[in-house]
Design a protein around this ligand. Structure first.
Ligand SMILES: Nc1nc2c(ncn2[C@@H]2O[C@H](COP(=O)(O)OP(=O)(O)O)[C@@H](O)[C@H]2O)c(=O)[nH]1
Ligand SMILES: [Mg+2]
Length: 242
């Protein structure tokens, strides 16, 4: 089982999943953070299409226990199951929920330093150290339910999110999928920002590790955030079919 947290869905993570040749399924964790307006079966379909995934995808949460029984059945049927994924994807939390175990949960990278064997009924689950990505913000993990907030943003203005500035080359409609601990302001544009990236219509601009923003119209985004933290994909939450 390869775990990906909903807000950490980007190419490096998906490519790591794809590189695994064993029998596998993709498990999207922390579903309690997914906003209510996102229909989960639509989300699964979009993830399958955009990232070209053929295997089953199961959405789960250690907090709400969504689909925990489905995962238990899969584990019992397969007898030996390795739980893997990037650090902080919720591996240890999920195993604790599945097996009533007491693995250490942490916000810090790699608290699980070795492969650990945990018994669950007649099956064995293995916890593993997480893969580590260099290009993501792991110090500001979202904890709260994401409340999407939309902005009608005139070209004369930019969005300031904490220390990051985002300017879109034309009047646009932007929806933030970030947790509400971020400080967001609309400001009048005075100077441009150093980094530029092209954004097609109905795209998610992913800020790796933190969330994403849905951009309605094709435009050029200028920003002061290092582009290595950004990735663009067709939106998984809205757009044309909405
Ligand atoms: N909201 C939410 N947070 C979770 C969930 N599972 C894990 N977390 C949090 O994600 C962080 C990493 O969890 P952990 O299980 O240690 O991840 P690991 O590094 O993959 O073993 C911790 O801060 C957990 O509290 C979940 O289902 N929902
Ligand atoms: Mg762990």
């Amino acid at each position: 089982m390869f775990l990906i947290d909903f807000l950490n869905l980007y190419d490096e993570v998906i490519n790591t999943y794809k590189a695994i040749n064993n029998k596998k399924i993709l498990v999207i964790t922390k579903s309690d953070l997914i906003p209510k307006n996102i229909k989960k079966d639509t989300l699964i379909k979009k993830i399958k299409t955009i990232y070209k995934i053929d295997e089953d995808i199961i959405i789960t949460s250690s907090k709400t226990k969504e689909n925990i029984n489905v995962l238990k059945e899969i584990i019992i049927k397969n007898k030996n199951v390795l739980i893997c994924g990037f650090t902080n994807s919720g591996k240890s939390s999920l195993i604790n929920t599945l097996a009533n175990s007491t693995l250490t949960i942490s916000k810090n990278a790699n608290t699980t330093l070795d492969f650990l064997k945990i018994k669950m009924d007649e099956a064995i689950i293995y916890d593993s150290p997480g893969f580590i990505s260099k290009n993501f913000y792991d110090s500001l993990l979202p904890k709260m339910k994401i409340r999407p907030i939309s902005y009608q943003l005139k070209n004369k203005y930019y969005l300031k999110i904490n220390d990051w500035s985002w300017h879109f080359s034309l009047d646009n409609n932007i929806t933030l999928y970030l947790d509400n601990t971020f400080n967001v302001e609309k400001r009048k544009l005075i100077t441009e920002f150093p980094n530029k990236i092209k954004v097609p219509s109905n795209s998610d601009v992913i800020i790796k590790g933190l969330g994403f923003m849905l951009v309605k119209k094709e435009c050029v985004l200028t920003t002061n955030i290092d582009l290595k933290y950004l990735e663009i994909r067709p939106t998984i939450v809205g757009g044309e079919n909405e």
